[in-house]
Structures are given as structure tokens and as C-alpha cells.
Design a protein around this ligand. Sequence first.
Ligand SMILES: [Mg+2]
Length: 162
Amino acid sequence: MYDTLFLDRDGVINYKLEARYVTNYHQFKFIQNSDLAIRELSKIFKRIFIVTNQQGIGKGIMSKNDLNSLHEIMQDKLSTKKKYIKKIYYCPHLELDLCNCRKPNTGMLEQAIKDFPEIKIKSSFLVGDSDSDIEAGNKFGLQTVKVDNNYTLYHWLQEISL
Ligand SMILES: [Mg+2]
């Protein structure tokens, strides 16, 4: 059993939009088999978190409430019986805010460790589609996996669960 799985959201769980932010559930579409992958990954990881940069909030394009309700629907689509994503960390700041949480900074990962001190970093992974995800994960000592349209979360699941 692995320990903790940190997932980036856009480009890992749901398709990115061209030069736009995903602000509501109508724009949120699971990447092929990513929902299935999350359910399967929950069998080999103790806990799954999302760590996501959501600059659209800082830009005033969506509110924290918009984001929270989108995430509630996402959780329900994964399952109405089980909460597969234990906690969702997001950074609402603009890049120029120079906050400590926006990836490639590690503030969201640090917060997760504060919330769940039992996390074992050495047997934990971060999966992302951007260099900033991989950089944040590596700085923090996590094992990192980069996905894209060809090598998706589902493909990685098949490798790691062998
Ligand atoms: Mg991404």
C-alpha cells in the first residue's frame, strides 16, 4: 500500500479549456477514465488529495463558492457513497501575489502535512501535467509523475498497480 496521492486537477482529472478557466460543472469533463482511475487508486493509496492552482479566483472570474460547489459535484460524480478525494487544497492567488501556496511553491503540500501529520512523504506521489507540479513535488521529496493527453492518470494506474 502506498501512502498519499496528491493530484493536480486541470489536465489530470478534467480536461483543460483553451485559454479559459473551468468555472462550473458544465465545463468540467473527466479526462477519459480518470474517474475510474481515482476509484482504483483509492485501493492502493491510503488517501488522495487534490492540490490545484485556481488563479481564476484571484482574477475575479469565479468565487470560492463556485469552486466549492464544482468540487462537491465532482465528488458526487466519483461516488455519492464514498468520498474518494479526502481533501481539496487550492491556491486562489494570482501569480504576481507571490504567495507561498501557488505551485511550484509547496504551501499546499505543507498544509496537508499539518492537517495529516501521519503522511509518509517517501511513499507518496504527486501527479501533474505541468512543470510547476513536478517542481513542487520534487522540492517536497515526493515521487512525481507527469501526465499528458497520451499518458494519462489511467495509464499510470495500470503501471503502478502491476
Ligand atoms: Mg494542471
